[in-house]
Design a protein around this ligand. Sequence first.
Ligand code: HEC
Ligand code: HEC
Length: 434
Amino acid sequence: MATPAPVHHPWGRVAAGCLFLWACSAVAVVDGPGDDRRGYERPDFETRSRALEARVGIHGDLVARALEQHLGLPLLGFPASAPLSEERVALGRKLFFDRRLSLNGTQSCGMCHIPEQGFTNNELAIAVGIEGRSVGRNAPTLYNVAFLGTLFHDGREESLEQQAWQPMLHPNEMANPSIGFVIDKIASLPDYADLFETAFDGRGPDLETVPKALASYQRTLVSANSAFDRWYFGAETGAMDEAAIRGFRLFTGRAGCVACHAIEQDHALFTDQRLHNTGVGYARSQRREEPGPSRVWLYPGVSIDVSAHLIRSVGEERVPDLGRYRVTSDPDDRWRFRTPSLRNVALTAPYMHDGSLATLEAVVAFYDGGGTPNPLLSPLVRPLELSDSERAELVAFLRALTGEYRSLVLDAFAAPLGDVGVERRVPARPTEAE
Ligand code: HEC
Ligand code: HEC
């Protein structure tokens, strides 16, 4: 994807050549890591992060957008007990970006599921939660999460309503001591006064309404109508280029990807929502710790070498991630992880449950080599013997799966931040720009 030349600007990185804020917002750069620390070893390193207050958003009509038919996806479904409404979505979005939902007011959902980074985090292989504690797994994208019935890398939850309390209570994520604690806190915040009651027929924040609101917002993060969708489901010849078309043939043919990353007759989620052993988890369990010192960058241009012994003494012990086994205790489930969707995969690096593969090229090379052999490896993963150009074609195909998402990112930018003492300026703009 072409990225406009960055310019230094008080509103962050905006497309070069735009003079007025209003004109800019429609073309503002809404993706890419803010600070991947490339060049951190140089003393003149300059951060690419943008100040949060500087992000300019445009509210979109999320409910109407979500309920539309999106080329390549089924119609959005939701539990009968949790119909979408504008009030619920707005409330869910407010909660999602509210740092006060964590024990010490520092961590919101949106800080691990970052809108401009594919609703995941491009800068971290594994997520970092409250007080810098490691979560041990890569944050998945939330695009199209409404269509998933198998949640988390080990598939331990089935619905967004069940899922939502986990990050809020996990000691390494938002670290709240109990559900009651969160509910009391929200009830005490004046800016939530009446919002729950209006959205939920008079009910205040409680065990059910908090996750329902969060789920409502997340269900609107629908993204399809990609080049692939227009070519395959829309019969638009020319929507996808030749290399990607050859990549599609490999994906559905000799490379065998479609066996797990499923494509149906009239839609494609690119996941069978099942759990498989591709060897990623096994590979990590076999990795030995580096015996020597590790270089730690303190600030641009300044590093120290820290001994492995010292790092062990401050960090938590790394327990191997056995995937589905953690849920079932069945030895055959060791290193099985859920097949992720591949929609928008170009936006959601790094890859796999542990973020161990940095690029799509690395992912394709991993499959080409037959995954990581282990006694429980899925028989569907085997050496492919692809040529260099075939590997590039598979990557081109994966890049053609990026759907429409810009209006969702701009809408997220317009959400209130829920920070102690920070009020957002939200310019009123009726239109949405994809
Ligand atoms: C510290 C970072 C962090 C925070 C904060 C966080 N998440 Fe996550 N999220 C993750 C990680 C990591 C996973 C994967 C965990 C796993 O598979 O065990 C995840 C998984 C999910 C999933 C499942 C997605 C899928 O494809 O299976 C959803 C939905 C989700 N988070 C929503 C939320 C919501 C809502 C909040 C706020 C209440 C939140 N997250 C806060 C890191 C975070
Ligand atoms: C046996 C089923 C299976 C087959 C076949 C398969 N995959 Fe996967 N794929 C998975 C699973 C499971 C994961 C997640 C593994 C993990 O998290 O450790 C995954 C992860 C990925 C990811 C990373 C997505 C992300 O968001 O992290 C990409 C990209 C991918 N596969 C592409 C492919 C391609 C291209 C092929 C064909 C060459 C392929 N897959 C074949 C099951 C499969």
